[in-house]
Design a protein around this ligand. Structure first.
Ligand code: FAD
Ligand code: NAI
Length: 467
C-alpha cells in the first residue's frame, strides 16, 4: 500500500493534519509510538492538567466563596484518588475520540516508532522489534517536544518530576519546589498550592511568565502570592539531594554572586521549558536540516530542505502550543493538496489556565516600545464590572493596545476569570485588522465579563463609561 501522506506523530499537529488531508481526498496513514493518540497535549499535557486545574479550582471555590454566596456545606475535603480518576476519564474520552476520527476519515494507523528512510519511505518499528516499511508521496514530521532536563538533576518522576510525573503524584505533597515560573510551573504549582501544598517557585529571570506583558506579570505575581505561593526570582536551582524521603534543594542567585541557600521539599517539579523531539527519526541520515536549537528547519510552507518531507508543531520554530500545531496541520494539508494554506503568526493567543487566567494576543507594551511603535493603551478593571462582582471574580483587568495613529488593535492582555475565553473576540478583531473603536462600538451583552473588553477598548480614547 502506498499513501499520499504519512504523518509521524499523532499529537495536535499530526492528527489534525492527517484528518484535514483525508478530508481533502488524500490517502493517509499515521505512525505513532504511543498506545494512544493525541500526543503530549491529550495524554500528558493540556487535557490532564486542565482536569486537575478545574477540580482544584472547584475545591478552592467551595472553601472560600461558598459561604459568601450563601451556600452552607460541611468543610470540603480532597479525595486525591477520585480527582485522579476524573483526570484519567477525561484523558480516555479525548484520546478515544481521535481513534473514532481516524476511523471515520479512513486513516490507517501504524503503531510503532517511525524513522524516515528517505523521501517517500518510513520504517515503523513495533514494540516487539519487528519492522515494516510504509511508502508515501509526502511525509510530515509532527514528533513534538520533550521535557528540557536541568543539568545535574535527575528526574525520577516520583519525587523529582517533570510535568508528566507532576500529573501523577501519589499524594498531595506538603512542600513543593517548582523550578521555572513559566506556564507549566504556574499551572501545576497552583494546582498543588490550592490543594494544600506549600509551593515555592524558583525562577531564573526577575519576573514570572517572562514573555508576558510586564503589567500583567507583576499583578499576577501579587495575586499568586496572596493565594499562598512563594517566589524566588533571579534565582536558580543548582542541585537536589535526596535525604531519606525528603529532598534538599540548593538555590543560588541567577547572577551567582551571593552564597547558596538550601530548602527542604517533598517534591521538586522541573519546568524550565521543552525541547524539540527528533530522537531516532533518522533525520541526519536523510539529510533533513535542523536549526541551532535542534528544531526541524522548514520554509514558510513547512517544507524541509528535502523534497516531500515537511514538519509542523512543537518540532519546528514558534510557540509550543497545541492550537499553533493544529493550525499548521490544517495549513500544511491544504498546501500539499494544492490550496493556499496559511497561519497568521501575529494572532496566536496564549493562555495560562491558572486562577485567575492570563490570556494574551499580539504585542506586549514592552515589544511595542522596543520596536519604536507609537501606541495608546486602555485598561479596565474587573472590579468595575457588574458580572464579575456577582460572581466574586473581581481580580484583574483587560488591557488593549492600539496604534496611536491608525487605532488598529496591536495587542490585548487579560488577567481575570475566564480570560482564556474572553481573548477570542480580540483574536477575531485582530484577524480582520479591526480598531479599538470597532471593539468599543460593538454591542456587548450585559451583564458579561466581556463588557470589560469593550470598556478597555473605549479607554484607549480615554472614555470608558463605567470608570
Ligand atoms: P506532541 O503533542 O508532542 O505529539 C507528538 C507525538 O509524536 C507524540 O504522540 C509522540 O509519541 C509521537 N512521536 C514522536 N516521535 C515519534 C516517532 N519517531 N515515531 C512515532 N511517533 C513519534 N498547549 C496549549 O496550547 N494549551 C495548553 O493548555 C497546554 N498545556 C500543556 C500542559 C503540559 C503539562 C505540557 C507538557 C504541554 C502543554 N501544552 C499546551 C503544549 C502542547 O502539549 C504542545 O504544544 C502540543 O502537544 C504540540 O503538539 P505536536 O503535535 O507538535 O506534538
Ligand atoms: P516556559 O518556557 O514557559 O518557562 C520556563 C521558565 O523556566 C522560564 O521562565 C525560564 O526563565 C525558567 N528557567 C529556565 N531555566 C531555569 C533555571 N535553571 N532555574 C530557574 N528557572 C529557569 O516552559 P514550561 O513552563 O516548561 O512549558 C514548556 C512549554 O509548554 C511552553 O513553551 C508552553 O508554551 C507549553 N505549555 C503551554 C501551556 C498553555 O498554553 N497553557 C501550558 C503548559 C505548557
Amino acid at each position: 500500500m502506498s499513501y499520499d501522506l504519512v504523518v509521524i506523530g499523532t499529537g495536535p499537529g499530526g492528527y489534525v493534519c492527517a484528518i484535514k488531508a483525508a478530508q481533502l481526498g488524500m490517502k493517509v496513514a499515521v505512525v505513532e509510538k504511543r498506545k494512544t493518540h493525541g500526543g503530549t497535549c491529550l495524554n500528558v499535557g493540556c487535557i490532564p492538567s486542565k482536569a486537575l486545574l478545574h477540580a482544584s479550582e472547584m475545591f478552592e471555590e467551595a472553601n472560600h466563596n461558598f459561604e459568601t454566596l450563601g451556600i452552607k456545606t460541611s468543610k470540603p475535603k480532597v479525595d486525591w484518588k477520585a480527582m485522579q480518576g476524573h483526570k484519567a476519564k477525561v484523558v480516555d474520552g479525548n484520546v478515544s475520540g481521535i481513534d473514532y476520527l481516524f476511523k471515520k476519515n479512513k486513516i490507517d494507523v501504524h503503531t510503532g516508532v517511525g524513522r524516515v528512510l528517505g523521501a517517500g519511505r518510513v520504517e515503523v518499528k513495533a514494540e516487539d522489534g519487528s519492522t515494516s516499511i510504509v511508502e508515501t508521496t509526502n511525509i510530515v514530521i509532527a514528533t513534538g517536544s520533550d521535557v528540557m532536563p536541568l543539568p545535574g538533576i535527575e528526574i525520577d518522576e516520583k519525587t523529582i518530576v517533570s510535568s508528566t510525573g507532576a500529573l501523577e503524584l501519589e499524594k498531595v505533597p506538603n512542600r513543593m519546589v517548582v523550578v521555572g515560573a513559566g506556564v507549566i510551573g504556574l499551572e501545576l504549582g497552583s494546582v498543588y498550592a490550592r490543594l494544600g501544598a506549600q509551593v515555592t517557585v524558583v525562577e531564573f529571570m526577575d519576573k514570572i511568565l517572562g514573555p508576558m506583558d510586564a503589567d500583567v506579570s507583576k499583578q499576577f505575581q501579587r495575586m499568586l502570592k496572596k493565594q499562598g505561593m512563594t517566589f524566588k526570582l533571579s534565582s536558580k536551582v543548582t542541585g537536589v539531594q535526596k535525604k531519606g524521603r525528603a529532598l534538599e534543594v540548593t538555590v543560588e542567585p541567577a547572577a551567582g554572586e551571593a552564597a547558596a541557600e538550601t530548602m527542604d521539599a517533598d517534591v521538586v517539579l522541573v519546568a524550565i521549558g521543552r525541547r524539540p523531539y527528533t530522537e531516532g527519526l533518522g533525520l541526519a541520515e536523510t539529510g533533513v536540516e535542523l536549526d541551532e536549537r535542534g528544531r526541524v528547519k522548514t520554509d514558510a510552507h513547512y517544507k524541509t530542505n528535502v523534497d516531500g518531507i515537511y514538519a509542523i508543531g512543537d518540532v519546528i520554530v514558534g510557540p509550543m502550543l497545541a492550537h499553533k500545531a493544529e493550525d499548521e496541520g490544517v495549513a500544511l494539508a491544504e498546501i500539499i493538496s494544492g490550496q493556499a494554506g496559511h497561519v497568521n503568526y501575529d494572532v496566536i493567543p496564549g493562555v495560562v489556565y491558572t486562577s485567575p487566567e492570563v490570556a494574551s494576543v499580539g504585542k506586549t507594551e514592552e515589544e511595542l516600545k522596543a520596536a519604536g511603535v507609537k501606541y495608546k493603551s486602555g485598561k479596565f478593571p474587573f472590579s468595575a464590572n457588574g458580572r464579575a462582582k456577582a460572581m466574586l471574580h473581581t481580580d484583574g483587568f483587560v488591557k488593549v493596545l492600539a496604534d496611536a495613529e491608525t487605532d488598529r488593535v496591536l495587542g490585548v492582555h487579560i488577567l481575570g476569570h475566564g480570560a482564556g475565553e474572553l481573548i477570542h473576540e480580540a483574536c477575531v478583531l485582530m484577524e480582520f485588522g479591526g480598531s479599538s473603536e470597532d471593539l468599543g462600538r460593538t454591542c456587548h451583552a450585559h451583564p458579561t465579563m466581556s463588557e470589560a473588553v469593550k470598556e478597555a477598548a473605549m479607554a484607549t480614547a480615554g472614555k470608558p463609561i463605567h470608570m
